[in-house]
Design a protein around this ligand. Structure first.
Ligand code: NCD
Length: 304
């Protein structure tokens, strides 16, 4: 296989703990409100084959607050609709002068394919059911603003774990630092293979068991169409797995509640829980900007 373009960020799985810590340290030095022209004259291409609000907006703001130029290419309205291949789109974006490409794609491995054919860094903004490394980094950053360390942290992840690239990247990251992770969801959303993702993963049958004593609880979005493929009816999902105030009370008193968004109030969590003082959902989004500033600066060799 070709070499991966230098500076690319394709996933958490193969990153070393020290590379993760270096990105998190760099992120702490970034202040979007005090722009530094670290990326002046750099062109950041945002290539989104799937919908996105948070990831896309925060990458764009991160890039612009460091003086870069950004161009957004969406699959709808571009030549992708005409059947252009991923690599031909990549060569096109390189030809117009991209210095870095941020890509979200429904297929696992699309960012890797691009990074092995281009000479500019590629950043994975979510690929299929594979990884979402920048989300895992902003989640770790958020946890560390509330908890001293990730080591020994008790983390509960509730919902559709099987289809979640957010969960996969979070599991890779947190287990590298010795967190204890408990997963909970309907069996169809939590196949046995989940435990092979990382050592020390636990699966619980009930959300109560998962949440009890947790330092952090991460709730994942549940897509109704995926639920339709299981034996569970929407109402059953809600009564068994929805994060309610009573269930969150089982976690440690100072536990934080996380969700990568978009949240569907009334489904995976109640309205009350979404807005409760323990909720750091909005803070996660906020932290996405400095974390993605650090990622872009690192990709372009401008991190100090
Ligand atoms: C997630 C995604 O797209 O993977 N959103 C995000 O980037 N914050 C999660 C989801 O869509 O459920």
């Amino acid at each position: 296989m070709n070499q991966v373009a230098r500076g690319s960020l394709l996933g958490i799985e193969h990153l070393e703990a020290k590379e993760i810590l270096s990105l998190l340290t760099q992120a702490r030095r970034m202040n979007p409100l005090k722009p530094r022209p670290l990326l002046r004259n750099k062109r950041v291409l945002l290539l989104f084959y799937e919908p996105s609000t948070r990831t896309r907006a925060s990458f764009e703001i991160a890039a612009k607050s460091m003086g870069a130029m950004t161009t957004l290419v969406l699959s709808s309205g571009s030549s992708i609709e005409k059947g252009e291949s991923l690599l031909d789109t990549a060569y096109t974006l390189r030809a117009v002068g991209a210095d870095v490409i941020v890509i979200r794609h429904p297929n696992a491995g699309a960012p890797l394919l691009m990074a092995t054919h281009l000479d500019v860094p590629v950043i994975n903004a979510g690929d299929g059911m594979h990884e979402h490394p920048t989300q895992a980094l902003l989640d770790a950053y958020t946890i560390l603003r509330h908890k001293k360390t990730l080591s020994g942290l008790q983390m509960a992840i509730v919902g559709d774990i099987f289809h979640s690239r957010v969960a996969r990247s979070a599991i890779h990251l947190l287990s590298k630092f010795g967190a204890r992770i408990t997963l909970c969801g309907p069996p169809e959303f939590l196949p046995e293979v989940a435990t092979s993702l990382a050592p020390g993963l636990h699966i619980t049958r009930t959300v109560e068991e998962a949440v009890r004593g947790a330092d952090a609880v991460m709730v994942l979005r549940v897509q109704k169409e995926r639920l339709a493929g299981t034996k569970l009816r929407l109402q059953d999902y809600i009564s068994r797995y929805q994060l309610t105030t009573a269930r969150l009370k089982l976690a440690k008193r100072d536990a934080i509640l996380m969700h990568p968004g978009p949240i569907i109030r009334g489904l995976e969590l109640t309205w009350e829980v979404a807005d409760c003082p323990q909720s750091v959902i909005v803070e996660e989004v906020h932290n996405g900007v400095p974390v993605r500033m650090a990622i872009l600066a690192k990709a372009l060799g401008k991190a100090n």
